[in-house]
Design a protein around this ligand. Structure first.
Ligand code: NAP
Length: 307
């Protein structure tokens, strides 16, 4: 039984972590830390990780569900206290801080898990297998959602380090780096940044691989009506489409997978396995692609974003 504490009890902790932990018999949620100190039905809730570690029940592991800007200090505190750490995506606000966390985890002999929930979407394993057998010539990502609907009041998204539209789009990049047999590189990007915030609200990213695949990503945070989380790939053998964030897979228009969302149960299953094996899983490739898009991307200032 892994005694686990949650840090940052906001939308994703409520929607996914708490139910997924409750449903997995290998975990026991014994404490939480969140500055607003929400009522979690009798669970001890502390103000922050320092108080949880000092005054709370004994823990084996900690899951960090804070925004990326608040991740590093909390993760370091947990690792230095000898706890296994599950990081929500993105694993940090910078690429280099994740390397620091990995080094501390090694020193401490504990597990660090950079979770990428979209990789656990139902259609992803079969998409990966198909792409391994059928080399991709062209791949298109369309990630368009309504920030007002999915991220109400989340001002951190618009601040430096919050990543703006890349907060959801990094999920597409996590699938991309999982299903492509070759490394992916950013070649160009265009970012649209509202004049009153620090992070992009829309963008376009061009990428390629060693084999010369042409990969594009079109990202928008202002799409109302139907939402689009699609990845379409073309090879000589036909067309593969992952839609609904990876839950549905069609090949040449024929539905191959259309499954229930089991992303977070899948993540906790992987974390339990890593803890049992004493093995970290640290993958920053999606975060590196975002960092590269920010480095090479031209910026266009657009209309202010008012929620
Ligand atoms: P959220 O609703 O804003 O919750 C984050 C919580 O972290 C807040 O409620 C806040 O609780 C705490 N926190 C600690 N330090 C903070 C700081 N400096 N600024 C703001 N909040 C701080 O955000 P979320 O949607 O749960 O997202 C958290 C992480 O999960 C992000 O990395 C996001 O990318 C990822 N994620 C989100 C979703 C989603 O659908 N929303 C899906 C998958 C992954 P206190 O004020 O009580 O401390």
């Amino acid at each position: 039984m892994i005694r686990i504490g949650l840090v940052g009890v906001g939308k994703i902790a409520h929607d996914q972590h708490i139910p997924a932990i409750a449903a997995d018999p290998r975990f026991d949620l014994v404490a939480a830390a969140s500055r607003s100190q929400p009522d979690l039905g009798g669970l001890p809730v502390f103000h922050d990780i320092a108080q949880m570690l000092a005054e709370g029940p004994e823990l084996d592991a900690v899951a960090l569900c804070t925004p990326p800007q608040a991740r590093r200090e909390t993760a370091l505190a947990a690792l230095r206290a000898g706890k296994h750490v599950f990081l929500e995506k993105p694993p940090g606000a910078t690429v280099s801080e994740v390397a620091e966390l990995a080094a501390v985890a090694r020193e401490q002999g504990v597990v660090l898990f950079t979770s990428w929930h979209s990789r656990f979407a139902t259609g992803v394993p079969q998409a990966k297998a198909w792409l391994a057998a059928n080399p991709v010539r062209t791949l298109s990502i369309e990630w368009r959602e309504d920030v007002r609907r999915w991220h109400p009041g989340q001002t951190w998204i618009w601040q430096a380090g919050g990543m703006g539209v890349f907060d959801p789009a990094i999920n597409a990049l996590s699938i991309l780096t999982e299903i492509m047999p070759d490394e992916v590189f950013v070649t160009d990007a265009k970012l649209q940044v509202p004049e009153n915030v620090q992070s992009p609200i829309a963008g376009h990213v061009d990428m390629t691989t060693l084999k010369g695949a042409a990969i594009t990503a079109d990202l928008d945070f202002l799409q109302t009506g139907p939402q689009t989380w699609d990845i379409t790939a073309w090879s000589d053998a036909g067309e593969l489409k992952l839609s609904m964030g990876g839950a549905k897979l069609t090949i040449d228009g024929k539905v191959v997978v259309d499954g229930e969302n089991r992303e977070y149960p899948g993540l906790y299953d992987r974390f339990a396995t890593l803890v049992a094996e004493g093995r970290s899983e640290v993958d920053v490739r999606p975060l590196t692609l975002v960092a590269d898009a920010f480095m090479v991307g031209t910026r266009e200032s657009v209309e202010a974003f008012i929620e």
